[in-house]
Design a protein around this ligand. Structure first.
Ligand code: HEC
Ligand code: HEC
Length: 254
């Protein structure tokens, strides 16, 4: 009898514990409850959109960079650099962003990849809050036309830096003949924003002054994998031939 009683007792405890487990799961879910609320007109709340717009256009104190420097929202077209990175229009409809770094429900929870850029390129110490994430998502929706499709690109810079593939790419690019004139134009569009003479972006090394460090391998490394806060470039935005041209420009230039 005693054994049966303690058996029932243990069973009850187990039931209780498993119940608790479920409960806390629901609570953690609640914490990251990120939504894209819309009002009757189908547009997100105007105040939330304004907050998202403010984040998108605020320069980081640490690096001097803002989201709008690298990503197009359809209006910041005078910054040529925005054509090398994913536009934010239609981002909330994507099922996978940042080359698979965020998938499914994690897409919205991470401002469609914005949380990663916030810490990598803006070097902000405190992470984006749920409210800021919601605000960015609302902003993306507000600038979308509604007809955007998945945005696909190929990269070896994310979700992890693929050093084996980088070696292959370095060998391949070294076998191409670079055109320094084309490379000069590409450099002006894609790199001078940070590496140019009039750049206001902080702590960017001068490629002309660091002659010993700047060689073909290092240029390809930085373009394909990125660096502390230098963005990586996909194979679609800069092809291997483009990279060979940029190398020819930089290395002849010194
Ligand atoms: C220095 C350039 C740079 C800055 C500044 C930057 N990003 Fe990014 N962002 C990238 C790169 C590189 C990727 C990876 C894919 C690509 O090249 O577009 C990316 C990816 C993304 C994506 C996912 C695109 C997709 O569909 O895969 C979103 C959304 C995004 N960033 C939002 C932001 C937001 C919001 C900010 C500001 C808090 C920001 N980014 C700041 C360079 C930048
Ligand atoms: C958003 C700003 C930004 C853009 C755009 C950018 N870079 Fe950079 N780049 C940096 C920063 C910052 C570093 C320093 C990296 C570090 O601290 O590790 C760097 C480092 C480098 C280095 C290594 C320099 C050295 O002294 O070792 C090379 C080479 C380079 N970049 C080439 C390029 C090329 C080519 C482009 C254009 C395709 C480009 N960068 C675009 C910010 C940028």
């Amino acid at each position: 009898m005693k054994i049966i009683n303690s058996f029932i007792f243990i069973f009850a405890i187990l039931l209780f514990i498993s119940g608790c487990g479920k409960k806390s799961e629901v609570i953690t879910d609640k914490k990251t409850d990120v939504k894209t609320e819309t009002n009757q007109t189908g547009k997100p709340d105007a105040e939330l959109i304004k907050k998202g717009n403010d984040i998108f256009y605020s320069a980081s104190k640490e690096t001097g960079l803002k989201c709008a420097d690298c990503h197009s929202d359809g209006t910041n077209t005078n910054n040529i650099e925005t054509k090398f990175h994913a536009p934010v229009m239609g981002a909330t409809k994507r099922t996978s962003v940042y080359n698979g770094m965020f998938k499914g429900a994690d897409v919205l929870k991470n401002a469609c990849g914005g949380t990663e850029c916030w810490k990598t390129y803006l070097k902000n110490e405190t992470p984006l809050t749920d409210e800021q994430v919601n605000a960015l998502n609302a902003y993306y929706i507000s600038v979308s036309k509604g007809d955007e499709k998945e945005f696909a690109y190929t990269t070896i810079g994310a979700p992890t830096k693929d050093k084996a593939k980088l070696k292959e790419d370095q060998t391949k690019i070294a076998s191409l003949t670079g055109d320094a004139v084309k490379g000069g134009t590409l450099f002006k569009d894609a790199c001078s924003f940070c590496h140019g003479k009039n750049s206001t972006v902080k702590k960017v090394p001068s490629l002309a002054e660091n002659k010993e460090d700047v060689n073909m391998k290092s240029i390809i490394y930085h373009i394909r994998l990125g660096s502390k806060y230098m963005p990586f470039y996909s194979f679609e935005s800069l092809t291997d031939q483009d990279v060979a041209d940029i190398c020819a420009f930089i290395l002849n230039n010194k």
